[in-house]
Design a protein around this ligand. Structure first.
Ligand SMILES: NC(=O)c1ccc[n+]([C@@H]2O[C@H](COP(=O)([O-])OP(=O)(O)OC[C@H]3O[C@@H](n4cnc5c(N)ncnc54)[C@H](O)[C@@H]3O)[C@@H](O)[C@H]2O)c1
Length: 389
């Protein structure tokens, strides 16, 4: 039976656009699911962006006041794609109004705010979801299944990283992402994906020791509402200080005894979007990198034939989760936006069933507690224990 969900999106920058496209794709890619998103209202602080998004994606209305999205009786789900510093206030208001909420990562400007959003969600009892989209690659879901079925044996070591060159150019704009007042730097932005992936693949992190650095200390100031964080400014214009971290790394112990290494950087040269992991167990190993998201390196121990031991490349295909919704054949690739379509579909499925799916604010809170331990370790220079829920 078809179910219609009124959607309101706040923040019509890159993610607001991707999310709008994703909801529109659900009745196409997940035809037969009965989930019909209705784009009711979009908000952006810059009127031109809000109006442009209405025209482009077919929202019924637009506004420059995000509170109108929450007050709108037709809106059942609120999608938060605004800068991190606004997430807590919007989440609280939306949850108090009884709305279901999909919030982009990181769910708070800093870990404490993510934990506060989680507390508000528990009180409200509505469904929450988080934009940890890398989870949804068909081959990542397949790798997760192999781990859950014990095919890799006992997990021994996890190496996860998110190396992204989006800020590698010293003339890249000083957007809200580089201001401590707007939240964490790489720890909130990229590392939140890497921690969530580590939790999903290898279980909760128990303790860690961490490091950080700002490599590019000053950047050109950006005009509000212009461009994305991939755009660059001029060397002779006004410059401002970068006040949050470019780089973060952590040695970690998982609760199951596995050891690990996590690393993220936003000013790297070479890697462009190296969101990747390598997971080793006593019976095998898997290796995946978003830059080649339709390939999985896989090895099972072949004690009967050592000559054939080593990674084999598997190509994404209809035998893997979700792939057939996009393409009928193996080796016909999916892309980033497809992961966002799966995310939006899983979110609305969760709302439709009334059963909280993953990743919700609970999983974001688990990431936040790891981030808190990382920040403590930056100061103490020691191993720190991750707080339990
Ligand atoms: N999951 C992912 O892969 C991924 C990728 C990029 C960004 N993100 C997250 O998405 C969020 C948005 O990032 P982005 O890259 O789209 O940023 P962006 O800067 O492109 O867009 C943010 C938008 O919010 C608008 N905005 C600012 N103040 C506002 C207000 N008071 N009311 C309404 N709108 C306002 C801005 O004008 C801008 O259009 C962030 O939380 C970021 O961490 C996630």
């Amino acid at each position: 039976m078809a179910q219609v969900f009124g959607v309101g999106i706040i923040g019509m920058g890159w993610m607001g656009e991707v999310h709008s496209r994703s909801y529109r794709s659900i009745p196409d890619r997940f035809a037969g699911s009965g989930l019909i998103p209705k784009l009711v209202i979009c908000a952006d602080g810059v009127e031109e962006r809000a109006r442009g998004a209405q025209l482009r994606f077919g929202f019924q209305r637009f506004t420059t006041d995000w509170r109108q999205v929450i007050a709108d009786p037709e809106v059942k789900v609120v999608d938060v794609a605004a800068p991190n510093g606004m997430h807590l206030e919007i989440n609280r208001a939306a949850l108090q109004a009884g709305k279901h909420v999909l919030c982009e990562k990181p769910v708070g400007r800093e870990p404490r705010e993510t934990l506060e959003s989680y507390a508000a969600a528990r009180k409200a009892g509505t469904v929450t979801f988080v934009g940890y989209n890398y989870r949804w690659a068909p081959l990542v879901q397949y790798a997760r299944k192999l781990v859950a079925e014990g095919k890799l044996g006992k997990l021994t070591h996890y190496h996860g990283r998110f190396l992204n060159g989006y800020a590698g150019d010293p003339l890249g704009f000083l957007s809200w992402r580089f201001e401590q007042a707007q939240g964490l730097g790489t720890l909130g932005d990229l590392m939140s994906h890497a921690i969530d992936m580590a939790h999903m693949m290898a279980g909760p992190i128990e303790s860690l020791t961490a490091d950080q650095e700002i490599f590019i200390k000053r950047r050109p100031i950006q005009q509000p509402g212009s461009g994305t964080h991939y755009d660059r400014g001029r060397s002779d214009g006004p410059m401002g200080d970068v006040t949050n971290e470019d780089y973060v790394s952590a040695l970690v112990h998982f609760q199951n005894g596995a050891r690990g290494l996590l690393e993220s950087c936003r000013v790297i040269n070479g890697a462009k979007c190296d969101m990747s992991f390598e997971l080793h167990g006593t019976k095998g190993a898997v290796k995946w990198n978003f830059e080649r998201m339709n390939e999985l390196q896989l090895q099972f121990r072949r004690d009967d034939d050592l000559a054939q031991e080593g990674y084999t490349t598997i190509l994404s295909g209809p035998a893997h989760p979700y792939h057939r919704h996009f393409n009928p054949g193996p080796g016909i690739s999916l892309g980033y936006d497809d992961l966002k379509v799966i995310e939006a579909y899983e979110f609305l499925s969760s709302v439709a069933s009334g059963k909280q799916g993953e990743p919700g604010f609970r999983e974001a809170a688990a990431v936040a507690r790891v981030q808190q331990a990382i920040i403590r370790s930056w100061e103490s220079k020691r191993w720190e224990t991750v707080e339990k829920e």
